[in-house]
Design a protein around this ligand. Structure first.
Ligand code: IPE
Length: 261
């Protein structure tokens, strides 16, 4: 099974600075790039952006339970993500990608924010049936802190490992990992080739702007580490630029950061 996992960041699928606002132009273009690239042997994971993050932050879902006042917030975060997922899946269907929504909050439990045992049989069977499962960062139950936010980044890395994916592509709103935050510094340089040892020693990747409760670029690289260790090719690229995703899915060369062992 030649499988790829594509994580679409919340900063790509939504307008991060405006609550509950889709980046319609971006998702329409990306859906047609996926369709033209073949649109099979693919799992899509998307982030929360301006749908998930503001609610998760308001109700402090990510650090677990401390008050009953958070309970509706857990559900509201889920509802917002279901809404975002539904728009994305419909967009993919309109582009003739056989996308199917997978509600993993109903079968994944974390142990202190980390996915423990999980059975991705359902995802695997969807792929084998020729469909494109679409999962997302979400509010999930946790064995130690009752609930938390499971980032799409962590989920995508785990899917890549468990399903033995060839490639894991993180589509974000910058060209990859920089020597400093490219949104704040003009002399930030793109790191095209990032090794595990370099990754581990890295402290200054530049934190994402806006209200990201799950760690920005540094968090992404940390989550990707386990996939790199498992032998998955990991790319971080700009999904807001035309044809980057298309080229990556086709295995053609593209400006990005490649993570390697
Ligand atoms: C977070 O998922 C989901 C919620 C906040 C509910 P991600 O951490 O993957 O989202 P982005 O890509 O940073 O927006």
């Amino acid at each position: 099974l030649n499988l790829e996992i594509l994580k679409l960041g919340g900063s790509v699928v939504t307008n991060k600075n405006q609550p509950m606002s889709m980046n319609t132009a971006a998702i329409n273009r990306i859906a047609s790039e996926i369709a033209t690239a073949g649109g099979r042997g693919l799992v899509i994971v998307h982030g929360g952006g301006s749908y998930g993050h503001p609610l998760a932050k308001e109700y402090e879902i990510s650090n677990g339970y401390h008050s009953d006042l958070q309970l509706p917030g857990f559900s509201k975060t889920r509802q917002a993500m279901i809404q975002l997922n539904s728009i994305l899946v419909n967009t993919l269907l309109d582009a003739h990608v056989p996308a199917v929504s997978v509600n993993h909050s109903s079968f994944i439990i974390t142990n202190n924010k980390k996915i423990g045992e999980v059975d991705f049989k359902i995802v695997e069977l969807y792929i084998k049936a020729g469909m494109v499962p679409v999962l997302y960062g979400d509010a999930v139950l946790d064995t130690e802190i009752k609930f938390t936010i499971l980032s799409g980044d962590q989920l995508a890395a785990r899917l890549a490992i468990d399903l033995k994916a060839q490639r894991l592509i993180y589509g974000v709103d910058v060209d990859g990992v920089y020597t400093a935050n490219p949104k704040l510094t003009s002399n930030a340089r793109l790191i095209e080739d990032l090794s595990l040892s370099h990754m581990k020693g890295m402290v200054k990747i530049g934190e994402a702007l806006s209200t990201d409760v799950t760690g920005g670029m540094l968090g992404k690289v940390q989550e990707a580490t386990s996939a790199v260790e498992a032998g998955v090719n990991v790319l971080i690229l700009n999904a807001l630029k035309s044809d980057y995703i298309y080229n990556a899915l086709r295995g053609e060369s593209v400006v990005c950061t490649r993570l390697r062992r």
